[in-house]
Design a protein around this ligand. Structure first.
Ligand code: TYD
Ligand code: MG
Length: 453
């Protein structure tokens, strides 16, 4: 007999508990824990399902495991394939997050229309009407005669109809409007989102259909409702972009079938999303007025270099607690760098507001950006213009040393290709034969770097 299970779930953070309590121990919120009736779990005798669907369980040696490559098929967008680790794995559940208007529906509609030419595909929309989707497809000139469409929000109905349609690929737009009848709370609530996602993930595996689930993100950039979501799905990718910029970046945050460090770049054009296959220099604001506090650096994104510009503004503060604001990079890293700058560079910015911004809405998380950030701050503080044709990279250690970063040579070559003439890099990254016309200067510590300025 299948057993009905209950759980007590915090509606704010998604943490779950075996019994009710007044305060959530995870996020410390009061009165947010509600009882959730979960779907029936299979009784003990029932066969558990593995990745390949209903298979018989057996224990085997690791070396006996069939090493056949995970089969994949292309999404028709090489930038999307790149982020997914080489293509879509049949039967996988992929969560695609992003703020409203980022272009999730557009990207998936384009993918599905093209994929439907070669395989059965089902697009489920719970947010837009069929007319809206059809109008968009027509405007974007997409092939529409094979894509199967469904406007529905009940997951039970969706899976029932999918049983008849037998798609190989499916889109659920979006997970926040979907609901299961078993669960009492409203669509979009933590328990609904988590149970519908788990239900759909099981369905994907049992029926070997790849499912894209669209998820909206909250203001701080995390997926609405759920760290819990990340446990059950196979891949999670985020579509990001500045609303003033037409560029959109796609980044993996979890991938069971490949690496997560790849970055895919798209441009939102009048006729839909276009891939940017060679994105290395698109985020540079060339030709515009150039002032102090601006530095170009080369970051390494997965398997390719990307040139981005960092700007800093240092200004005397009126506040007792001067502001440290980092846009597109980490706030804590900024605080750390300011401390190192004080201790080992002799520059005291305790009475200054410090703002840094990564141009173009890109996010730079790599520690290889440290030196560039630091030089941008110093450049702004001293109102000292840095050469326009210079790139910088390197990690800054807590004792003021500049550490090498991976792929130093390739970063320098890429900059040279785009006309940069000078580079300040960690001493261990100085190539034996720098590219022609490129003057590379290696630095050991902060003091040396500041001297070069
Ligand atoms: P959409 O895919 O609906 O975003 P999401 O599903 O992530 O919320 O994209 C909507 C935005 O994209 C909207 O602001 C208009 C813009 N857009 C274009 O610029 N060009 C286009 O061809 C399309 C279809 C949309
Ligand atoms: Mg949408």
């Amino acid at each position: 007999m299948a057993k009905q299970k209950t759980a007590y779930v915090c509606t704010d953070c998604g943490a779950d508990y075996p019994r009710w309590q007044g305060q959530c121990s995870e996020c410390k919120a009061w009165n947010t824990i509600t009882e959730v009736r979960l779907g029936a779990t299979p009784s003990r005798g029932a066969v558990r399902t593995g990745f390949a669907g209903l298979t018989e369980s057996k224990v085997q040696t690791l070396s006996e495991v069939d090493l056949q490559q995970v089969p994949r098929f292309s999404s028709t967008f090489s930038e999307l394939d790149r982020v997914l680790g080489g293509g879509i794995v049949p039967g996988s559940a992929i969560l695609i997050g992003g703020s409203p208007g980022a272009g999730k529906s557009t990207l998936l509609l384009q993918t599905m229309c093209k994929l439907s030419e070669t395989m059965p595909a089902l697009y489920v929309t719970g947010e837009e009407s069929l007319q809206q989707v059809a109008m968009r497809a027509q405007r974007l000139n997409l092939p529409t005669n094979k894509l199967r469409m469904l406007a529905e929000t009940s997951v039970e109905v969706i899976t029932q109809l999918a049983d008849q349609e037998k798609p190989k690929i499916m889109v659920i737009d979006s997970i926040q409007v979907m609901h299961l009848a078993d669960i009492q709370s409203a669509p979009g609530s933590v328990s609904q989102v988590r149970e519908t996602a788990a239900y759909l993930t099981r369905y994907a595996k049992q029926n070997n259909v790849a499912i894209f689930m669209v998820g909206h993100v909250t203001k701080d950039g995390s997926l609405a409702g759920p760290k819990v979501l990340e446990h059950c799905i196979d891949c999670s990718i985020i579509l990001d972009g500045d609303s003033d910029s037409r560029y959109r970046t796609l980044r993996g945050t979890k991938n069971r079938f490949g690496a997560v460090n790849e970055l895919g770049v798209f441009a939102m054009m009048g006729d839909g999303m276009k891939e940017v296959k060679n994105p290395s220099a698109i985020f540079l604001s060339r030709g515009e007025e150039h002032g102090s506090g601006s530095v170009v650096l080369t970051v390494w994104e997965g398997t390719r270099p990307l040139l981005v510009e960092i700007q800093a503004l240092v200004d005397s503060s009126q506040l007792s607690n001067p502001r440290r604001v980092a846009v597109g990079t980490e706030q804590n890293r900024l605080a750390l760098l300011l401390a190192v700058l004080h201790r080992h560079g002799g520059l005291m910015l305790g009475d200054q507001d410090v703002f840094v911004n990564v141009v173009g809405g890109v996010k730079v998380t790599e520690t290889g950006s440290d030196l560039a950030l630091l030089l941008a701050i110093v450049s702004s503080y001293r109102d000292h213009l840095l050469p326009r044709d210079m790139i910088v990279f390197g990690e800054v250690g807590l004792s003021g040393e500049i550490r090498p970063v991976p792929n130093g040579g390739d970063r320098i070559n890429e900059a040279a290709k785009h006309g940069f003439k000078r580079a300040i890099v960690p001493i261990a990254n100085v190539p034996k034969n720098p590219p022609a016309g490129m003057q590379v200067q290696g630095v050991k510590n902060i003091a040396e770097a500041l001297e070069l300025l």
